[in-house]
Unconditional design. Structure first.
Length: 387
């Protein structure tokens, strides 16, 4: 892209406030409450990542609670299983996605129908026919409902030894099945068409529409975007997204941003996004390491000067922050990383390690900041232990 093109200079502090506003982390209850708030949050963010680790509440519930203070786990079940306003599919990871965005995922489903799935190449046609026959005949089921499998060797650490589970996963990726309910990490599989009451799935988005979807989703949820942030773990989409950005720049729909500290990395935003970055809030958020504000580590480091370390798979003697450290956002600064664990039997939240970071380390003796974080911890504990 031409460097002669005029760009809008943006400080890191301004960029942080724009991103926080886009993430709805600058207001106390931006989506309201209940299942409708849950659906609205997923729609605005574009995706909410699912993860299996549960030393504290799993990431999808945590991310939603961060933006919906009155959030209850039943709200997500209502949205997924009853209202059917969200569904599960792969974005950069397994995530909750707005059902209204289904058509943008149909191309991936068709590709898996045509080419298979690289993680599930060992699925035998007979196993696939078996699970689909069971579901068509008996209705939705979980892997626990299939008890006649002959176990096989695992292909990798996360694989299942049950051939039927792999078959269910393949049918999920191809869009024949959807996850109609989730209890913990136990998934209930149902025919996609039967779950949603469709004769057939929505029409597939065109390649041009899918590219616009990626860009618009990022602009909505990130405010200031780069190719890396738009196409997180999706490098093949970068050329088409870049062409669309160029076209919107020519139409003056986007502004090029010279972001402090970004070097040669290009950024863009809508002009109205840049008009008023806003003021720092006084809110304190204990964030999931899978929160959209944290999951793109390089972007988080650029905007906040904070380099998060996810150490669950790091040998204990090499950990700095702890097994499952959670970043703490105070206003528009990352000030601490807390290694927490929920003792569900003892009905308490365990603080295993407190690390001051960034400005928090500079003012670690600030009683007011520590008090605000402790208040946030009490709220977090109540959320952890709520039924």
């Amino acid at each position: 892209m031409s460097q002669a093109r005029k760009s809008h200079s943006l400080s890191r502090a301004e960029a942080r406030r724009i991103w926080l506003r886009a993430q709805r982390l600058d207001a106390p209850a931006p989506f309201g409450e209940g299942a409708q708030a849950t659906a609205a949050a997923v729609e605005h963010l574009g995706y909410v990542q699912i993860d299996t680790i549960n030393v504290i509440e799993r990431s999808h519930h945590h991310i939603l609670w961060t933006r919906i203070p009155e959030y209850q786990r039943a709200d997500l079940r209502q949205a997924q299983s009853i209202d059917k306003t969200v569904f599960e599919y792969w974005t950069h990871a397994l995530s909750y996605v707005p059902t209204g965005d289904m058509r943008f995922f149909i191309p991936a489903m068709k590709r898996h129908q045509r080419d298979g799935h690289k993680w599930l190449s060992s699925v035998k046609p007979a196993d696939l026919r078996k699970v689909l026959r069971l579901i068509r005949r008996n209705g939705a089921l979980t892997i626990r409902d299939i008890d006649d499998d002959v176990l096989v060797d695992k292909e990798h650490l996360w694989a299942s030894r049950k051939p039927s589970k792999r078959a269910l996963q393949l049918a999920f990726y191809t869009g024949v099945l959807t996850i109609s309910e989730r209890n913990g990490m136990l998934k209930t599989y149902e025919l996609m068409t039967r779950h949603f009451g469709w004769d057939k799935p929505p029409n597939s988005a065109s390649a041009r529409e899918a590219t616009a979807y990626l860009l618009d989703r990022a602009l909505r949820a990130q405010g200031v975007v780069s190719l890396d942030s738009i196409c997180h773990l999706d490098a093949p989409s970068k050329p088409s997204v870049r062409r669309l950005i160029e076209a919107r720049m020519r139409r003056k729909e986007l502004v090029q941003v010279a972001l402090e500290g970004a070097g040669k990395q290009e950024h863009w935003a809508r002009a109205e996004t840049l008009e008023s970055p806003g003021e720092p809030s006084e809110l304190v958020h204990i964030l999931s390491p899978f929160d959209p504000l944290i999951i793109q580590r390089k972007r988080t480091h650029l905007f906040f000067g904070y380099e998060h370390r996810f150490e669950a798979y790091v040998p204990k003697e090499k950990r700095v922050f702890g097994y499952f450290a959670l970043p703490v956002l105070a206003g528009d600064d990352m000030v601490a990383a807390l290694d927490l664990k929920t003792d569900r039997r003892g009905r308490k939240l365990l603080l295993q390690k407190w690390n001051w970071v960034g400005n928090g380390a500079q003012r670690g003796a600030c009683k007011d900041l520590k008090r605000r974080i402790e208040e946030a911890l009490h709220r977090f504990e109540r959320f952890q232990l709520a039924e």
